[in-house]
Structures are given as structure tokens and as C-alpha cells.
Design a protein. Sequence first.
Length: 316
Amino acid sequence: MMKRLNGKWSVILLVSILTFALSAVPALAANKLIVIITPAHDNPFFKTEADVAKATAEELGYDTLVLVHDDDANRQDELIETAIARGAAAIILDNAGADASIGSVRKAKDAGIPSFLIDREINATGIAIAQIVSNNYQGASLVGEAFVVAMGEEGKYVELTGIESDTNAHVRSTAFHDVIDQFPGMEMVAQQSANWSQPQAYQIMETIIQAHPDIKGVICGNDTMAMGASAALKTAGMNHVIVCGFDGSPDVIQAIKDGDIYATGLQPAADLARRAVQQADQYIRTGSIDQPEKQSVDCYLVTKENAHEFGIFEKL
């Protein structure tokens, strides 16, 4: 019996052991595709996320597929289905809405594909492996404080907010007001959503300027809107108006250096994307990560004094 085990049966036993061992490896490791889904790349923040995620994944030996949902939840759902059909090992997602994205992320999970969210959270836990976001409240608080100081703690101002379905829009606005509302001399004369859009911010500011030509400052939920507001103010010859944004885009950092915009809060988009891919790699290889699902990364205040310290959505 021992001789037979040392011959034919030993081979059978070895094959059985190897089959069992391979079945214990996470099934996700069989496919080396990481699908990266973000909003449109005409916003440099989202382009940076996609570029860094793609580069990091490829450095780690993965194939990548970069897709854009244009903040359309239905389109996002289609792209998640594409990732499932391709048998992706993981999805890196900057989602299209805190509530509207829950079903898509759950669909991926049910298909055995882990999702790693960046920039925006969803209003659910336990269906994404990680939700890695900038500390929007902390960063917006820094911007609010800088805005108040630049305004001399008084004067009429305007707030431009982001897409209403985006959690970050509400968090940033709340942080702004938790700071600004402590100063009774600060008077908000208009508050309107420009949907993260530069053209919309320009058009809205044109209208607001006509109604309130004596405004002293404009605080914006993102840099794209800050650029639109700044351009409208320049056109109206109101270069003295203080403008603050949020994101830390290269264009706004240059505008800060040039003195056209006062400050922004830089979100480390490159770091968020890099962390997400590294954690996806860890999960694919081991079936777990050594971080909690909810992860918050602090932002930086950028002003003319320190603008030289920052690159493309990261501190140098």
C-alpha cells in the first residue's frame, strides 16, 4: 500500500492538495483587470484620480479599463455591468451620487467584485471594501477661516454650492457656515448651486453682480466654480472681490500665485487614488485589507504664501 502511495496514488494526492490550495486563493486573483470609473475628465481633479489610479495599477502588474459616468447614475450602472461582464478583479469608483450609487456598488459585490470608493462616500456601509475620501469638513473649515480673515470679518458675500445630490457639496457648505456664521458682520446675500460647473458659475455670477454690485467676497464649493466666478468678476471690473475655492486644481493654484483667487483647500486626489489601488491589490492577493472601510485624508489650505509647495492635487 505504501509503495502505491509513493507512486500513482502520491501523484493523485498531490493534485488534490494543489486543487484545494488554489481554491483557497481569492477568486478575484484570477483576473488582473482593475476598472476605474470617475466623473468626466474635463475636471482636472477627476482626470488626476483616473491617471494616478491607472498608473499605480499598471505598476502593480494589472490591466486597466478607464471609464467615465458623467455624474449620471444610470450610465454608472451600465459601466458597473461592463466591469462585471469583463470579470474585473476590482473597481475603483468616484461615484455618481451618495444614494443613487448604492445599487451599483451592491451589484458589483453580489457579482464577487470588490469596490474601492474614492472622493465621494455612499450612504451605506458594508457593500464597498473601502471608502477613501478627503476630510471635506476639515478642508472647508480651513478655507472658511481664510475667507473670514481676508474679508476682515465683515461684508456681503456670495456662496456657490455644488451638485445637490453630492454629499461633498453639503459637507463643504456646512463647514463654511460653521465658521463664517460665527461672525455677525458677515452677510450672505446670495447662495446658489452652480453644479460644480465653470460656465454655470460664470452665468450665475453675472446675474448676482447685477443685483449685488457691492459684494466683497465669493466662496465656492469647488475650484471650477471659483474660476467661473473669478472670470465674471474680472469682466465686470470687480477684481477686488475675494474669491475662495476648494479642490486645489492646478489652474486655481496658478490663479492664487497670480493674485486672482485668494485661497483653496487642496484635496489630495493623487493620494486617494493611489491608496485605493494599493488596497485593491492587497485585497485581491489576500482577501482582506488592513484599513477600516471609512478612511479620511486631511486637506491642505493653499494661499499665495505656500502655493509653491503643491503639485497636481498633492503636496510636493
